[in-house]
Design a protein around this ligand. Structure first.
Ligand SMILES: [Zn+2]
Length: 420
C-alpha cells in the first residue's frame, strides 16, 4: 500500500462555517485531552459550504494554524477537504492534508461487467461462508450476490481511486490522510457490503484511514439520532469487526477506522459507540459541522441586545423561506411545520426563550427540534448579512465561545470517550 500521513486514534471533525470559532473549538480538544480523552482536531469544510459562505479553502488552513498557535497546541491537527469530488478537489489540494473523497453519486451506477467478474475472481475469499472474529454468525454469500454488490459499488470505488491518485500526484502520497465517504446516499451499507467495498478499495491501493458508510437510521441535521438504536449498535459493532479484519486481510493502515458523519449531535448513539469502541480497542473519527454554527446563534441570543436581534432576524427570514431552505435537505431533516413558531411570536421572545428553544437539551420541554433543524439549514441567511453577522460574533465573542467550547466538550467528547 502507498505511503500516508498517519491519523491519530480518536479524531474530531469540526466545521466552522464563518471561520470565527477555531480557538473555541480547539479549546474543547484541550479540555478533553486534560481528562485523558485525546482527540486530534480536524477542521472540515465542504465545497458547498465554501460556496455558500464565499470562502476559499486556504482560509480554513489559516484559521486552524492561528488557533493552534494561539492555544499552543502541540499535538497534530488537520484540515479536511470535506466531501470533495474530481470537479471540486483542485483548489483544496494545497491547503488541506485530509481529503474526504465523496463517491456517493457513483454508487448504483453499473460498473463494466468484465470489471465485476474480474473483481470477484480476484477475491474468492468473499464468496461462501466467511467467519469474521467477533461477528456471531458467519456471513454467507453466493458468487452472484458478491457480483451484485460489486456491480453497485465498483464504479464508485474506481472513482475514489482516480481522485486519490490525482491528489497523490499533486501533493505526494505521504502528505495526506484519505477518507472515503458513502454516507450521502439513499440506503445504508450493511457490514458484508462494507467488507466487499473495502476489498475493492484495497485493489485501488488507497491507504484508507477513515471510511464513512451510511448507517441505519436517520441522521437528521443538528438533532438526535432517529432509528432503532439496538440495530445501530449491532451494525456498528459488526462494522468495527469488518474493519479490524480488513486491516489484517488487505493490508490497510492499522489506523483505519470508521468515520461517523453525524450531521451533529447524535447523542443517543454515543454510549453504544463508546461501548463498541472499547470492546474493539478501536478508534473513531466523528464529523460535526452545523452544531458550531447553532452555538454561535445561541451565544448571540444569550448575549441579548443586538445579538438577540440578529438571531431573531435570521429566524424571521428563515421561516419566510421554509420550503426553499428545506428542499435541498429533504433526506436529512424532519421538520414538523406545525411546531415552527411564527416570526411575530419569536420576535417577542426573551434571550432565555430563544436559547431554550434552540439549545440541544432533549430533556428541556422548551427545546424545539423543528426550530433547531430549520435554523441549522439557514446559515445562508447569516452569510448574507456578511460583516454585520461577523461583527456581532466578534462583539459577543466571550459568550459565543463559551457555548461553542462547552457544546463540543460536554455534549460530544465527554460522552463519546469518557461516558456521560
Ligand atoms: Zn457526510
Amino acid at each position: 500500500m502507498n505511503q500516508y500521513l498517519k491519523l491519530g486514534k480518536f479524531s474530531f471533525g469540526m466545521g466552522d462555517r464563518f471561520g470565527q470559532q477555531g480557538r473555541a473549538q480547539l479549546q474543547a480538544c484541550v479540555l478533553a485531552t486534560e481528562l485523558g480523552a485525546e482527540f486530534i482536531p480536524v477542521w472540515n469544510k465542504s465545497n458547498r459550504e465554501h460556496t455558500f459562505i464565499g470562502t476559499e479553502p486556504a482560509s480554513l488552513r489559516a484559521e486552524a494554524d492561528a488557533a493552534v498557535q494561539a492555544l499552543g497546541w502541540v499535538q497534530p491537527y488537520h484540515v479536511d477537504a470535506d466531501h470533495i469530488r474530481m470537479e471540486t478537489v483542485d483548489r483544496f489540494i494545497a491547503p488541506s492534508d485530509f481529503f474526504t473523497i465523496d463517491v456517493a453519486d457513483s454508487i448504483g451506477q453499473p460498473a463494466a461487467p468484465d470489471a465485476v467478474k474480474a473483481f470477484v475472481s480476484r477475491h474468492p475469499e468473499l464468496v461462501g461462508s466467511l467467519a469474521i472474529p467477533h461477528i456471531e454468525s458467519p456471513f454467507t454469500t453466493t458468487r452472484a450476490e458478491v457480483e451484485a454488490v460489486a456491480a453497485k459499488f465498483l464504479l464508485a470505488v474506481q472513482e475514489a481511486g482516480r481522485i486519490y491518485r490525482h491528489i497523490a500526484a499533486a501533493k505526494g502520497a505521504a502528505n495526506f490522510i484519505t477518507e472515503v465517504s458513502m454516507d450521502e446516499t439513499d440506503r445504508p451499507q450493511t457490514p458484508p457490503e462494507l467488507l466487499i467495498i473495502l476489498a475493492a478499495l484495497s485493489d485501488e491501493n488507497i491507504p484508507l484511514q477513515t471510511i464513512a458508510p451510511k448507517f441505519t437510521g436517520r441522521f437528521n441535521k443538528g438533532v438526535d439520532y432517529a432509528g432503532d438504536i439496538r440495530q445501530f449498535e449491532k451494525e456498528f459493532n459488526e462494522d468495527l469487526a469488518v474493519i479490524a479484519y480488513a486491516i489484517d486481510k488487505y493490508g490497510f493502515p492499522p489506523s483505519l477506522k470508521l468515520s461517523v458523519h453525524s450531521g451533529s449531535d447524535k447523542f443517543s448513539i454515543y454510549e453504544p459507540m463508546r461501548r463498541a469502541l472499547k470492546k474493539f480497542a478501536a478508534g473513531v473519527h466523528i464529523k460535526t459541522a452545523g452544531t458550531t454554527w447553532l452555538e454561535e446563534l445561541i451565544g448571540l441570543a444569550e448575549a441579548g441586545g443586538d445579538g438577540l436581534e440578529i438571531a431573531k432576524e435570521i429566524y424571521a427570514y428563515a421561516i419566510g423561506h421554509v420550503d426553499e431552505f428545506c428542499a435541498p435537505y429533504a433526506s436529512v431533516i424532519d421538520i414538523d411545520k406545525a411546531k415552527l413558531p411564527d416570526a411575530h411570536t419569536v420576535n417577542a421572545w426573551s434571550s432565555d426563550q430563544f436559547v431554550a428553544a434552540l439549545r440541544h437539551e432533549p430533556r428541556n420541554p422548551a427545546y424545539n427540534p423543528s426550530f433547531r433543524q430549520l435554523l441549522h439549514v439557514s446559515f445562508k441567511v447569516a452569510a448574507k448579512k456578511g460583516d454585520r453577522y461577523l461583527a456581532a460574533l466578534r462583539k459577543h465573542e466571550a459568550v459565543v465561545a463559551r457555548n461553542v467550547t462547552g457544546n463540543l466538550f460536554e455534549r460530544h467528547m465527554k460522552p463519546l470517550l469518557l461516558g456521560a
